[in-house]
Design a protein around this ligand. Structure first.
Ligand code: FAD
Length: 686
């Protein structure tokens, strides 16, 4: 029986987003029920087992570890107590078509030497410049994007966003940022292919996403022992200890609502109705919008357009009868026609004529992934997503190498799987200098776009959800709250802040905060305490933070103002030159028939000639300047008094609850005493 005082939450889907939200809500005191269509948890982040071999069905690279730490900290525990992480080093080995390979490492000295090897002198310095810029992208994303909702377009005008927008390079491409720092095509490719993790081409993904290369290099690539699913399993365990219940093989058919436009629960596939105060949808966002909501209850027909730039994969899960020592944990095989291979996926929605692909060998970092002396390997070949075949017979798609392919062949998955397998084996044998790879495969599992769609309800079989170009992020992306149905929420890859396991985890925090705020329930205390495990208590004078010298502060302000000052000087000089040449000012009334080089003349260029108007303009300019400076210097976090007020409110609520409990207890004791005084003490039990 559910506790009557508890709010009830139903979560549709036990993916990363669903299980993280379940753990958070159960920890916050909710009565949580999770319904999952499959008979296992994790969704895309699940495992495939075969005869002692273990494969990660989807994710294999654990990035942005601070977001994982924050989750466990919020839950009142520590990541290390639940998941055993191992760092992968090197990060990647990239194999090029010309037989050369590049090793990307988290060791800065090694990485610098590798870049200099290909780019010559100055390469390491340019790498540092690239990482510095990418680090700003990463830090700003942590501070301004991943932990904040973007409920309206006004949210994009927050000082923290506006003042830093240009530093995030959202309007240039990821490829463009790489081209800015690296001189060779080889290095540009090495530092840009990661955009595929967002389901985007590096030629379309905003420059902001160099943050991926930064986190890989500076925070490392990690792997949870026992497979990526170990993270999900720990979330299931934590939520269950707080009372959450999981129902597997139980698909949800519809989100129910009342006449006031509020979600009231769900109808399961078998017709059973389950009521709840809030419903959280973790199932694929587009699929959910089109299938889970009634026409008069929050349905928004979404993404019918197959032209959206998304991607899918043909994933092979191979059990080998021996190991391939020349493979590392993470291996990338890049196509010769790099751009063409992305265009074939995102523009022509097919499998590239010459695909780039990723090979993961979990047994290289975690021997438990395969029997001794053998390897389990996962090959991910990115391909276009499912689309309907052109009705016209002549529907042809022209691919990167100029070949024309009938539309229906781009969706003939049996043939494409055969071609992918053949090409992967040939390329791996050629570039690794091995033979007989096909004969080493003792078992094969395959996921095609159709499999992804059928297993997890992923629209068009898109493995990474909605893409991340500028008009699909921040306020343009679906936020945690359903746009029209109260009490319904979204969490997961296609909602804000975006795709990937750590990002979906960041989304679970935003979703939980939205629910708590809507129900006026205070956030658990763990949310406000510092989550930095390396925080040092400053009880030694050596560790005290010293205030910055005034001179340094002035230097900083001056340094940051230089571009604006240069801009202003340029504008003023242009204005004066224009006025001198044409004898009239484009902006203000000037006094004519005066010596053009006299001070009085110049002054009249910048003033209206009317003292009162000039005063008003000066005041407006001064206030604007003061505001700019204030915004620049304003603290990013909420003021201390606001945090204190929230905490005081929380304490008052706890006190009230405690008083209520005490009163109930006193009433109970009094009733017992009355009973005893009336009927005497109960007989002692033997
Ligand atoms: C091949 C591949 C490789 C990837 N590599 C990485 C990587 O290396 N690193 C990384 O961080 N990310 C990676 N990702 C992305 C990452 O896996 C996803 O972004 C993340 O797992 C999405 O989690 P989610 O909770 O949003 O969705 P899902 O995992 O899709 O979970 C949604 C759940 O809802 C269930 N569901 C759907 N409909 C219903 C219904 N009607 N009723 C009940 N349940 C329902 C589904 O079965 C599923 O379990 C990869 C993804 C893929 C596919």
């Amino acid at each position: 029986m559910a506790d009557k005082g508890k709010k009830k939450a139903i979560i549709i889907g036990a993916g990363v987003g669903g299980t993280a939200t379940a753990a958070r809500l159960a920890h916050a005191g909710f009565d949580v029920e999770v319904y999952e269509k499959n008979d296992f948890s994790g969704g895309r982040c699940s495992l495939i087992h075969h005869d002692g071999y273990r494969f990660d069905q989807g994710p294999s690279l654990l990035l942005l570890p601070p977001l994982f730490r924050k989750l466990y900290h919020d839950l009142g525990t520590k990541l290390e107590d639940h998941v055993d992480l191992v760092q992968c080093n090197p990060n990647y080995v990239i194999h090029y078509h010309d037989g050369e390979k590049v090793v990307l490492s988290s060791d800065r000295a090694q990485l610098g030497a590798e870049v200099e090897k290909w780019e010559g002198q100055g390469g390491a310095a340019r790498l540092e410049g690239f990482l510095r810029e990418a680090g700003i992208h990463g830090q700003l994303s942590y501070d301004q994007v991943l932990g904040k909702p973007f409920d309206s377009f006004l949210a994009m005008l927050r000082p923290g966003v506006v003042m830093n927008l240009m530093k995030l390079h959202p309007f240039g491409s990821l490829w463009g940022r790489c081209a800015r720092y690296f001189k060779t095509e080889r290095m540009r490719r090495a530092f840009s292919f990661g955009s595929m993790y967002l389901g985007s081409s590096p030629f379309d993904a905003p420059g902001t996403y160099t943050l991926l290369q930064w986190t890989e290099t500076c925070e490392g690539i990690w792997y949870p022992k026992g497979g990526f699913h170990a993270v999900v399993q720990s979330l299931v365990n934590i939520s269950e200890t707080h009372g959450a219940k999981y129902h597997f093989s139980t698909p949800v058919a519809q989100v129910l609502h009342n006449s006031k436009g509020r979600a009231t629960g769900v109808r399961l596939d078998d017709g059973t109705i389950k009521e709840a105060d809030v419903v959280i949808v973790n199932a694929d966002l587009v699929w959910a919008h089109n299938n889970l909501f009634a026409k008069d209850g929050g349905r928004t027909e979404m993404q019918k357009d197959e032209k959206e730039k998304k991607c899918s994969s043909i994933s092979f899960y191979w059990a080998l009868d021996s190991t391939i020592p020349s493979l590392n944990a993470h291996n990338i095989f890049l196509a010769e026609d790099y751009k063409g291979s992305f265009d074939d996926i995102f523009k022509r929605k097919g499998m590239p004529r010459e695909p780039s692909f990723y090979v993961n060998v979990p047994s290289r970092v975690d021997p438990s992934a395969a029997p001794e002396g053998k390897d389990s390997i996962v090959v991910l070949v990115p391909v276009g997503h499912l689309h309907s075949i052109s009705k016209q017979e002549e529907g042809l798609r022209t691919f990167a190498n100029g070949s024309q392919v009938p539309d229906k062949e781009t969706q003939d998955w049996d043939a494409l799987v055969d071609r992918a397998r053949k090409q992967v084996v040939e390329v791996m044998e050629g570039r690794l200098g091995i033979s007989g790879l096909k004969d080493k495969i003792v078992w094969e599992g395959v996921n095609t776009p159709q499999t992804w769609k059928d297993k997890f309800n992923l629209t068009h079989g898109s493995i990474l959800g909605i893409t991340h170009d500028f008009f699909n992020v921040l306020s343009f992306r679906q936020q945690a709250r359903h746009p029209s149905l109260k009490g319904a929420y979204f969490v997961g890859a296609s909602a804000h802040p975006g795709t990937g396991v750590p990002i979906a985890i960041a989304g679970s925090r935003l979703c939980t905060q939205a629910i708590l705020s809507d129900l006026s329930i205070p956030e658990p205390r763990t949310y406000t305490a510092s989550s930095s495990s390396s925080y040092i208590r400053r009880n030694n004078s050596l560790d005290e933070i010293q205030p910055l010298s005034v001179l340094y502060t002035l230097e900083n302000i001056l340094w940051r103002s230089i571009p604006y000052i240069i801009g202003m000087i340029f504008t003023l000089v242009s204005l004066v030159v224009y006025t001198i040449i044409f004898g009239s000012s484009p902006t203000f009334v000037i006094e004519r028939n005066m010596d053009r080089f006299s001070w009085k003349y110049l002054r009249s260029v910048f003033t209206t000639g009317d003292g009162e108007i000039d005063l008003v303009i000066s005041i407006v300019l001064a206030v604007t300047a003061a505001l700019c400076i204030a915004l620049r210097l304003a603290p990013e976090g909420e003021p201390r008094w606001m945090t204190d007020a929230r905490e005081a409110q929380r304490q008052a609520m706890l006190l009230e609850k405690q008083n209520q409990k005490n009163a109930e207890y006193r009433a109970q004791v009094k009733a017992q005493q009355d009973w005893i005084s009336k009927y005497g003490p109960p007989p002692a039990q033997s």
